[in-house]
Design a protein. Structure first.
Length: 141
C-alpha cells in the first residue's frame, strides 16, 4: 500500500515560560510542539486521541527522535509540520519546525507509536482496521 500523503501544519509562538535564562526554548518543549502538530495530523483522518480510545486501542509513543538545528527563542513564530510516514504496523510521524517568517528549519525529528489493545494491553503487530479505513484504504464495516 502506498502511504497517503498527509501533512498538517500548526503555528506556535514560543511563550515566555518555554524559554531558559538564555532566551532559548528548553529542549524538552520541542516534543510538546511535535505533539500539538501530531494531534492536528491525526484529526485529518479522524483518529485523534478520543477516537483512538473509542476504537479500543491505546497508542503509546515508543520512540522519539529530535535533531536540533537552530534554537527557537521567546516570541518567535514557528510553523510545525507533521507528516504521516508509516501507518501499517505502527504510526510513524515525521516533524519539521520552521521559523514561520523566514522558513528556516530549526528542528526535525520523528515519533513512533504502536497500537495496544485497551482491555488486554496486548501489543498489536499490525495497525487496527479503523486506521486503514479512516485513511480510505479499506471500507468501513
Amino acid at each position: 500500500m502506498t502511504t497517503p500523503k498527509l501533512v498538517a501544519n500548526v503555528h506556535i509562538e514560543v511563550p515566555f515560560h518555554d524559554v531558559d535564562a538564555m532566551n532559548v526554548a528548553w529542549h524538552g518543549h520541542y516534543i510538546k510542539y511535535f505533539e500539538i502538530a501530531r494531534c492536528a495530523l491525526l484529526r485529518t483522518f479522524d483518529y485523534d486521541y478520543p477516537q483512538m480510545k473509542a476504537s479500543g486501542y491505546l497508542w503509546p509513543v515508543v520512540e522519539c527522535h529530535l535533531k536540533y538545528v537552530k534554537p527557537a527563542t521567546y516570541g518567535q513564530q514557528l510553523r510545525v509540520e507533521a507528516t504521516l510516514l508509516e501507518y501499517e504496523n505502527r504510526i510513524k510521524v515525521g516533524y519539521q519546525i520552521f521559523d514561520a517568517v523566514s522558513g528556516t528549519r530549526l528542528t526535525k525529528g520523528h515519533t513512533t507509536q504502536v497500537a495496544v489493545d485497551a482491555v488486554t494491553h496486548e501489543l498489536q503487530f499490525v495497525s487496527p482496521p479503523i486506521v486503514l479505513a479512516n485513511l480510505g484504504l479499506i471500507s468501513h464495516d
